[in-house]
Design a protein around this ligand. Structure first.
Ligand SMILES: [Zn+2]
Length: 118
């Protein structure tokens, strides 16, 4: 059971990372709403007004970050499920243990270094 208790040390970190991802998503969502509202109020023409282009690229940048936060939250939730299932800390592809240094850096990772996609 030593291995299991070692892995449980990641639980609080995963919860903290999950809260952070959700907070970041909520903040981005609120920001993009207020930018959209400001754009609607100012009646800017996206295609021809340089200011409109800036706002559009700002919104698309926020959309990218907000998708990244959503993806991260899903990865963290999956990691918490693996923790509950007792498979946390093992690569979901080959089943080999994931290096501790890697778990410390990316506690939500589901892959060993050989199967990491990014
Ligand atoms: Zn692997």
């Amino acid at each position: 059971m030593a291995a299991e208790s070692d892995m449980s040390q990641y639980r609080p970190r995963l919860h903290a990372e999950l809260a952070r991802a959700r907070a970041s998503f909520a903040a981005l969502d609120a920001d993009s709403r207020s930018v959209s509202a400001a754009r609607n109020n100012s009646n800017v023409d996206d295609e021809h007004d340089p200011e409109g282009t800036t706002i559009a690229s700002e919104l698309s940048q926020m959309a990218v970050l907000s998708r990244a936060a959503t993806t991260r939250a899903a990865e963290i939730q999956a990691a918490l499920e693996r923790l509950d299932a007792g498979t946390y800390g093992r690569c979901t592809v080959c089943g080999d243990p994931i290096a501790v240094g890697r778990l410390d850096a990316r506690p939500w990772t589901a892959f060993c270094i050989d199967h990491a996609t990014g």
